[in-house]
Design a protein around this ligand. Structure first.
Ligand code: NAP
Length: 247
């Protein structure tokens, strides 16, 4: 087991990619805090599955877009797990509209959760990681942040912001035992993608050389690689998992 004795927090761990990441980290031996904002039953299910594997697991409810709420969650996590080694900033939303129709509230909401959320969660754990001289931070960006997309100006901007944040932090923290990386998924089979109309899905598949959407587990395996000793020499990277959509 590659992560025996490690502790992790996965934001947005109740569903989709975050759920797969939480389970994959636990499968490699990590104790895991599962963050969610409203899907308590789904998060409890993930916690129960992790406990069945013989690891410690806890619910860590918080709106990552809200700094005081995130700070409170961090105190709970540090109290219960003792310390944090691995932070996976995965929570994210989209609220798609063409720019002409996009209102300020929709812009703010996506930026607050997707970009401020990464700042908030990293901020509340970084001092403890620096004190212990070890930390692994993985941020979930997106191919959309790399290429832009019709109707996703808010989402694309938030993800490009996270990518730039990742590289800046990687430079600041290199040499202090903390690596900071990003994973940029393409289209992955989760509720986010299931909501796309069939006709649009067909057009998307035509642009993906591997001719299928990815699975949450395929993203989770890359997270495990990055946060285990296998990934010790990787920092400031943004790894694409997109079936060849962008190359
Ligand atoms: P998803 O299935 O919609 O799940 C979103 C997760 O984020 C849920 O666990 C949700 O919690 C949580 N969340 C939402 N708002 C939150 C908040 N304010 N505070 C805390 N947690 C919050 O999404 P996904 O498809 O797995 O995507 C996960 C990440 O990958 C996102 O950052 C997304 O942008 C990125 N991504 C996804 C794709 C894709 O194709 N699916 C592609 C590229 C990048 P609740 O269950 O409590 O609502």
């Amino acid at each position: 087991m590659k992560l025996k004795g490690r502790t992790a927090l996965v934001t947005g761990g109740s569903r989709g990619i975050g759920r797969a990441v939480a389970l994959a980290l636990a499968d490699e031996g990590a104790d895991v805090a599962v963050n969610y904002v409203s899907s308590e039953a789904a998060a409890k299910d993930v916690v129960e599955q992790i406990r069945k594997m013989g690891r410690r697991a806890m619910l860590a409810q918080a709106d990552v877009g809200d700094f005081p709420d995130t700070f409170r969650m961090a105190q709970d996590v540090l109290r219960e797990l003792g310390h944090l080694d691995i932070l996976v900033n995965n929570a994210g939303i989209n609220s798609d509209k063409t720019f002409v129709k996009m209102d300020h509230a929709s812009w703010r909401k996506v930026l607050a959760i997707n970009l401020d959320g990464v700042f908030n969660c990293t901020k509340v754990f970084i001092d403890q990681m620096l004190t212990q001289g070890y930390g692994r931070v993985v941020n979930m960006t997106s191919v959309i942040g790399q290429i832009g997309n019709f109707g996703q100006a808010n989402y694309a901007a938030s993800k490009a912001g996270v990518a730039a944040f990742t590289k800046s932090l990687a430079k600041e923290l290199a040499g202090k035992g903390v690596t900071v990386n990003a994973i940029a998924p393409g289209f992955i089979e989760t509720e986010m993608v299931r909501g796309i109309p069939d006709k649009v899905k067909e057009k998307l598949l035509a642009q993906i050389p591997l001719k299928r959407f990815g699975t949450p587990e395929e993203v989770a395996r890359a997270v495990v690689y990055m946060v285990s000793a296998d990934g010790d020499y990787i920092t400031g990277a943004e790894v694409s998992i997109n079936g060849g959509l962008l190359m």
